[in-house]
Ligand binder design. Structure first.
Ligand SMILES: *Cc1c(COP(=O)(O)O)cnc(C)c1O
Length: 387
């Protein structure tokens, strides 16, 4: 195992300064004993909904459940088609499939990796009920364009905001654009629990009420079940921890933005050699869950080699995601094949996520970029030697 000098994420950095607050919050839940659907959960649900510019929050066990149950709460299911980008985390797809609806993939914009709404317009049928914009890497799909699109085609917007806590664009916050929005509190997300968690946000009281039933065995009151729900609640303990972390989220997000801006500046000289950061079209509203570059091998460097060089230098990187959903072996039955979504497929081969977390220092950013720059000269030396 190689020594890690710069990790991909460092959660200790965010937890250490608030450790005693977190311990106190856990102690308070322990004293009250309201572990399931307790007071701290209600407090956090309201706080997070308000911070996101909407009304109701319903905490669930994971982001995946927020998508699956949330779509059901919006009355989406068997017989419906739901449009989603091919280049999302597989949980978006799994959420759709769990409702019984048919997922319809579309390609993405190669500069931002966000869903291409013009492509989405071409796959609409009388069965199309909803579109899931995934606010990928922390950048929102343009709310203005989304609302126009949904209005034109009479579709519901269901946001996958798992990577976009408190992101903003066109004057909207993530979670306030569509009928409902799903968030994840997986530990490494911009707002993370000490384990799994998720939430559905909505302005619609009917969706909220149905979601409250669905996460609690479909019960409208105790031992009276109006629909086949499940058991998926955000633990009071996790909510209490999240409530402690929420006030720091704006600062953490702005730290991420500052880090991204420094990466942009440091990487600019490498643009001519095929190192291109994903574009930011939302200015300061981008919350940079991930900082993603494209590595175009026409510039002389292969992504796999670059990733190896970074690893050898102790710098952890990631690929989000290496295989688009439509090419995952589990979903061949959906009938898609190689070539269906050229941009998503090309990005899967080019993207590389660099270390990104609040607390990543200027000198660490310079070090990451220095190793990227030196990977070219290494490769040139190797090529010169071989020829
Ligand atoms: C993390 C993530 C999810 C799933 O959230 P879990 O809490 O891990 O179930 C869904 N969609 C996207 C885009 C994600 O990044």
């Amino acid at each position: 195992m190689m020594n890690i000098t710069i990790p991909f994420v460092d959660l200790n950095l965010q937890h250490k300064p608030i450790q005693s607050q977190i311990q106190q919050a856990i102690q308070d839940v322990l004293s009250r004993g309201d572990f399931v659907l307790g007071q701290a959960l209600k407090d956090f649900e309201t706080a997070f909904a308000i911070a996101s510019g909407t009304e109701y929050g319903i905490g669930v066990a994971s982001g995946t459940d927020a998508i699956a149950l949330g779509l059901q709460a919006c009355n989406i299911g068997s017989g419906d088609e739901v449009i989603l980008p091919a280049n999302t985390f597989v949980a978006t797809l799994i959420g759709v499939l769990r409702t019984g609806a048919k997922p319809i993939f579309v390609d993405c914009d190669p500069e931002t990796a966000l869903i291409d709404l013009e492509a989405a317009a071409r796959v609409i049928t009388p069965q199309t009920k909803a579109i899931i914009p995934v606010h990928l890497y922390g950048q929102m799909v343009s709310p203005k364009q989304l609302l126009d699109f949904a209005d034109t085609y009479k579709l519901l917007i269901f946001e996958d905001a798992a990577q976009a806590h408190l992101a903003q664009r066109d004057g909207y916050r993530a979670g306030s654009v569509g009928i409902a929005a799903a968030f994840s509190f997986y530990p490494s997300k911009n707002l993370g629990a000490l384990g799994d968690g998720g939430i559905l946000l909505t302005k619609d009281p009917d969706v909220a009420q149905k979601m409250i039933r669905l996460r609690n065995y479909g019960a409208s009151k105790k031992y009276f079940h109006t629909e086949p729900g499940t058991n998926s609640r955000l633990d009071t303990l996790q909510a209490a921890v999240l409530q402690q972390k929420l006030p720091y989220l704006p600062q953490w997000n702005s730290d991420r933005l500052g880090i991204a801006q420094q990466y942009d500046v440091e990487l600019a000289p490498l643009a001519s050699r095929g190192i291109i950061p994903m574009e930011n079209h939302s200015g300061e509203g981008h919350v940079y869950h991930l900082y993603v570059i494209k590595v175009d091998d026409a510039g002389g460097l292969e992504r796999s080699l670059l990733q190896e060089k970074l690893t050898a230098a102790g710098i952890q990187t990631g690929i989000h995601y290496p295989i688009p959903c439509h090419l995952q072996p589990a979903f061949t039955n959906l009938g898609y094949q190689v070539g269906d979504f050229p941009y998503a497929e090309k990005l899967a081969n080019q993207i590389l996520s660099l270390p990104m977390y609040p607390g990543l220092s200027n000198s660490q950013i310079k070090e990451v970029v220095a190793v990227i720059a030196s990977s070219f000269s290494n490769q040139e030396q190797k090529l010169a030697y071989m020829s």
